[in-house]
Design a binder for this molecule. Structure first.
Ligand code: PPY
Length: 506
């Protein structure tokens, strides 16, 4: 009733503008006015960014970062003040900054999609056309960014041992992932805040994935709401869900059970991020221009937000660092979905996961964004497969082993599969595809991977995924972290080196 009343109330922009301070702070989002005074210090992105818009319309800053309903769901109903009276809204020309104008020109002049030949091309385009803060957030990794680069280098320490004369007229990579049909041995891994890169955000992935029979893992921290993403899927399009476990387990339970009711097919619990790593490219952006940094995103019911640690890290405060093996039975009790632990690095933990009765693990270092100088998922695969082989049938139909991190080519995928991976996750590769080209970019990225897969399977002499055996790769150099590998020119030219502290200008 209260909400009906507040919706019926019309408020003038003049009245809102009178509440432009820390003591009384009203803002407009999507044509509705909200009193956020008491929320200021709870905002995971800090109070400063809200105060910047105190008494005015915050929609443009809010929109790329928050799912549409975040403010409605998080703010008590009595703080929903009403609808902004349209007759009081001044039609002002939007001021477009010089940088934004330049960016629009670059976007208009980006290479035509048919000149995009590989996933590195998408990354190179994204680097140029994204706003600096979006690029910094997406591309950043932790500390010295050793691991993000090692993720690529590791694939280059594995060499093929192709077989010949096998009649490779037709090759077939049909397969399932966790019982779901997938047109590629690849799934789209979760990456946060998709609307920083493109107005349609994660829906670009959902639509292209639906068209091609590829499986998307929905991120907890998507810019689009969970339901928007599921609504954009085709009937029976399989979707997985990535989960950050909230300190408030009731919220997590509701979220997981809602996902299951809406047909999500597997739950990937992120276990490598009890706290967010230091991503210094992202952190440095805070000192350039305004503080409306990429990672400011409302999550439900945070507590103990540390105010002075930078926004990315403050945001992660809703994630429960107390998560432990003891919680697994609880997850088992709230859902029938297969449970996968995302972010496993050692045989010790792989065995614990098997014993805990989960349905799989992702050998991942979170795209190099968490513990720097962690080994690559590909390298860990060797020891982990060896350990799992001592504990039962291999491959184990009830326990999947996925790998992600640094995958840009179908040859990378084939190396991981040959070494025992059930399938491979690609996060940034697809994210960069939609930054420059929306849904069509993702569509093209999927086709590129399929094309490369067909050719590489032929050249390798594997007519189907069963024929892709460990003998087809030489991984003897994988655990050697010294020595030369050929220079990865494309990757190296898009990889942006870290910068050091800048002197003030003038
Ligand atoms: C990441 O940036 O690596 C994430 O996993 C998303 C995220 C963003 C902000 C807070 C916590 C997690």
């Amino acid at each position: 009733l209260l909400s009906l009343t507040s919706l019926a109330v019309m408020i003038s922009t003049q009245a809102i503008s009178e509440h432009a301070s820390r003591d009384s702070c009203w803002i407009i989002v999507h044509g509705k006015a909200y009193d956020v005074t008491e929320f200021l210090d709870e905002h995971p992105g800090g109070s400063k960014i809200i105060l910047k818009y105190a008494g005015t319309d915050a929609t443009d800053a809010y929109q790329p970062i928050h799912p549409p309903n975040a403010i409605i769901d998080n703010l008590p109903i009595e703080k929903h003040l009403g609808t902004v009276d349209p007759s009081t809204v001044q039609k002002t020309e939007k001021v477009v900054s010089e940088a934004e104008k330049q960016r629009q020109v670059l976007l208009a002049n980006r290479p035509p999609l048919d000149e995009i030949l590989n996933l590195h091309d998408f990354e190179a385009v994204a680097k140029v056309i994204l706003p600096d803060k979006a690029w910094a957030y997406y591309s950043s990794a932790s500390d010295d960014e050793i691991t993000i680069r090692e993720n690529r280098a590791a694939f280059q320490r594995v060499w093929f041992r192709p077989r010949i004369l096998r009649d490779v007229t037709s090759v077939d990579w049909s397969m399932t992932i966790l019982g779901q049909k997938s047109s590629l041995p690849v799934y789209i891994s979760a990456t946060a805040l998709g609307k920083l890169g493109h107005p349609d955000g994660e829906l670009n992935l959902t639509r292209a994935a639906g068209k091609h029979g590829v499986i998307q893992m929905i991120p907890t921290l998507a810019s689009c709401s969970f339901d928007e993403i599921v609504d954009a899927a085709q009937p029976n399009q399989p979707l997985f869900l990535q989960l950050y476990v909230n300190r408030d387990r009731n919220l997590t339970k509701r979220y997981v059970q809602h996902a299951e009711e809406r047909g999500v097919k597997a739950l990937f619990i992120t276990v490598d991020a009890p706290q967010l790593g230091r991503r210094e490219k992202d952190m440095r952006m805070k000192f350039i221009g305004d503080d409306d940094t990429a990672a400011a995103k409302v999550q439900e019911n945070q507590s103990n937000v540390k105010k002075n640690e930078g926004v990315s890290r403050a945001i992660s405060s809703f994630i429960d660092p107390s998560l432990s093996w003891k919680d697994i039975p609880w997850f088992r009790s709230i859902t029938k979905m297969p449970i996968i632990l995302k972010g496993v690095s050692t045989p010790e933990d792989a065995i614990l996961a098997l014993e805990a009765g989960v349905q799989g693990i992702v050998l991942s270092n979170h795209g190099g964004r968490q513990l720097d100088t962690s080994r690559s998922g590909l390298e860990n695969l060797i020891d982990i497969v060896a350990a799992l082989k001592t504990r039962g049938p291999w491959p184990n139909p009830n326990f999947s082993v996925f790998v992600d991190g640094g995958v840009r080519r179908a040859s990378d995928v084939l190396k991981a599969l040959a070494l025992g991976a059930s399938a491979v996750g690609i996060g940034r590769g697809f994210l960069y595809a939609f930054c420059g080209y929306g849904e069509e970019g993702v569509d093209k990225a999927i086709k590129i991977i399929a094309d490369e897969l067909e050719m590489n399977m032929r050249l390798l002499g594997a007519r189907n995924l069963k024929e892709l055996v460990p003998e087809m790769v030489d991984a003897s150099a994988l655990s050697s972290h010294v020595g030369l590998t050929p220079k990865d020119n494309l990757y190296d030219s898009t990889y942006q080196p870290l910068s050091l502290a800048a002197f003030k200008s003038g």
